[in-house]
Design a protein. Structure first.
Length: 594
């Protein structure tokens, strides 16, 4: 019998790892979470409200047989828990340790951030105890989400027929609804810009006070801007364009949406497959590092490998400086998303990957290499011209050194070459045009820009963005119009009612602060029970007020009468969708058949 048992979350991951560790080690999968909060106790929250909000956990439905097998296989073996290297993975590991009766102080947790043979074997040589602070943080998050989700969803279902609400989901909806209201309130304004067209370039009129020109002002400037124009100033400088940082979860999702047309959910599914391992030349290999991260840090050994790669294939002048910037509240538990080896080029892997896998891997590969390359250098020229006191400017740029753009270039800008001229020289314009413009309203969120806004505001975590968007769509709170999110009537009603009664907690600032507190719990600076207690005792009074004062919306009448009792027929909702039934329910159970 094998001496060790490694437990991971994913069956495909277990298959990859099993190919590395040999016959002495058994590798099994928990297939994700095995336990969750029960639905017993006060309001079905699964919490002992009177005992420091102590949670009660139960096996997830359908996991009994799997757990029984894990318990059986763990007997007589040294167990190593190898769940994902984040807070959720730590929490799943803790639940497994509880079920298997493992010593919580023992070193039975292993962590690797790429699924390669070297990384897995190295992790097995350096086990550690479970990090209880990470577990407490994830537990507090789950409890908060349970309290808010259960209480608000039940309230909204009974009052306005909305399907659900959530701590982060509802704030994302509020962003979409508030933006829609801005768009509706927007009043377009007409203004004018002026261009002077010369034989080889077009110069823009510079508005002194950065104001908007009226038609009268523009007409006057146009009439007074007559030939010849005098060159008043020429400025030349060198400009550097720095490479973008390697991908983190949010930027990968944004890039996949903008450049590959993938939803965040789809991008994460493909990234998961690349992380867990693909069969290459008969060997299962993890191709990228862990894809749930908010750190753009790269490991030193990889940086050295990348420098050698860049110098070998592109030359020493293409080597850049390694810069890492850690944003506020970044967990920084692991690296940016990168290839596990630069020897596995996208082209060499193309035969082994699906089209989508290849496209995403190529984006990750090239972005990572480019992040360690030299900046691109442009020669910039700005010419200032004047006619009767009216100033015009034109800027030109010429790529002098491509640097990182040789590998990864999202901005396909062409050289804009200006003619040679000198200060004091006069040039005749072919024409001076007054161009009518109209201000435009704010643009609705796309999937990429919504993720960017959530990240900028500190709402949720990278691993939650795809699920947030998916939930809003599945609950019929938003619809997609021209690839952008527009709130539905129900979504708008939901957000407005939450804003009316729960604006103290369903807002950007509060939700962002909550993430900070959860980080402090993870760092051992706060206790989860204290956070939950404070929240619960401030939240429940809001629920009680809403239960009394939120207006209940009855089902919409169809204009037809029930053929059985004569009462109006109404549109009702169930988990299967809308249906037409008698308003006299439950005394009359008539349901109209399609």
């Amino acid at each position: 019998m094998s001496k060790k048992l490694i437990i991971v979350e994913s069956p495909s991951k277990s298959k990859t790892i099993a190919s590395y560790v040999g016959n002495d080690v058994l590798v099994l999968s928990s297939k994700g979470h095995v336990r969750d909060l029960s639905t017993s106790g006060v309001d079905g929250l699964g919490l002992d409200i009177h005992d420091h909000f102590k949670p009660k956990y139960v096996l997830i439905k359908g996991k009994q047989a799997l757990v029984k097998e894990l318990v059986s296989k763990a007997k007589g073996r040294d167990v190593l828990i190898a769940t994902d290297p984040d807070r959720e993975g730590e929490a799943i590991g803790w639940h497994l340790a509880e079920i298997l009766g493992l010593d919580q102080q023992a070193s039975n947790r292993i962590v690797f951030r790429e699924i390669t043979k070297q990384a897995v074997l190295e992790a097995m040589n350096h086990p550690r105890p479970l990090d209880q602070h990470l577990v407490y943080s994830q537990e507090a998050r789950r409890i908060l989400d349970r309290i808010i989700g259960f209480k608000l969803s039940k309230l909204l279902q009974s009052k306005i027929k909305s399907k659900s609400a959530g701590r982060v989901q509802s704030v994302a909806l509020k962003l979409i609804v508030d933006l829609e209201k801005e768009i509706e309130a927007f009043i377009p304004e007409t203004y004018y810009e002026i261009e002077a067209h010369f034989p080889h370039f077009v110069a823009d009129y510079i508005i002194p006070e950065k104001k908007r020109l009226t038609k009268e002002e523009a007409d006057l400037i146009q009439r007074e801007s007559i030939n010849p124009f005098m060159v008043k100033d020429i400025q030349t400088r060198e400009s550097k364009r720095q490479p973008k940082a390697p991908f983190i979860t949010s930027t990968l999702q944004q890039d996949a949406s903008s450049n590959l047309g993938m939803s965040a959910t789809r991008a994460m599914m493909i990234a998961q497959a690349l992380y867990e391992g693909k069969e290459i030349h008969g060997e299962l290999i993890g191709l990228i590092t862990y894809m749930r991260t908010d750190s753009n840090r790269l490991a030193d050994p990889f940086v050295q490998e990348a420098k050698h790669h860049i110098e070998t294939y592109y030359g020493a002048k293409y080597l850049g400086k390694y810069n890492v910037s850690t944003k506020a509240n970044a967990q920084d538990a692991h690296e940016a998303i990168r290839p596990t080896s630069l020897e596995r080029t996208p082209e060499s892997l193309e035969p082994y990957l699906s089209k989508e896998e290849f496209k995403l891997y190529k984006r990750i590969y090239t972005r990572t290499v480019a992040s360690l390359m030299a900046p691109a250098i442009f020669d910039m020229t700005k010419i200032t011209l004047e006619s009767h006191g009216h100033v015009y400017q034109v800027e030109g740029s010429v790529l002098k050194f491509d640097g990182h753009l040789k590998v990864y270039n999202d901005q396909k800008s062409k050289d804009k070459i200006l003619p040679q001229c000198s200060v004091g020289q006069t040039i005749n314009a072919k024409d001076v045009l007054s161009i009518e413009k109209v201000t435009t309203p704010p643009t609705r969120y796309s999937e990429a820009t919504l993720i960017k806004e959530l990240e900028a505001q500190g709402i949720g975590r990278p691993s939650t963005y795809a699920q947030i968007i998916q939930t809003l769509r599945h609950r019929d709170y938003v619809e997609v119009e021209d690839k952008r999110f527009k709130p539905t009537k129900q979504g708008r009603l939901t957000s407005e009612q939450l804003d009316l009664f729960f604006n103290k907690i369903i807002n950007v600032e509060y939700t962002s602060k909550m993430e900070t507190v959860l980080d402090e719990i993870a760092d051992g600076k706060q206790k989860g029970s204290h956070l939950i207690s404070r929240f619960y005792h401030s939240f429940i009074p809001m629920v009680e007020v809403a239960e009394k004062e939120m207006k209940k919306i009855g089902p919409k009448e169809t204009g037809e009468l029930c053929p059985l009792c004569g009462k109006p027929l109404v549109i009702r909702r169930s988990k299967y969708g809308e249906f037409t039934a008698c308003s006299g329910f439950p005394s009359c159970k008539y349901v109209k058949k399609d």
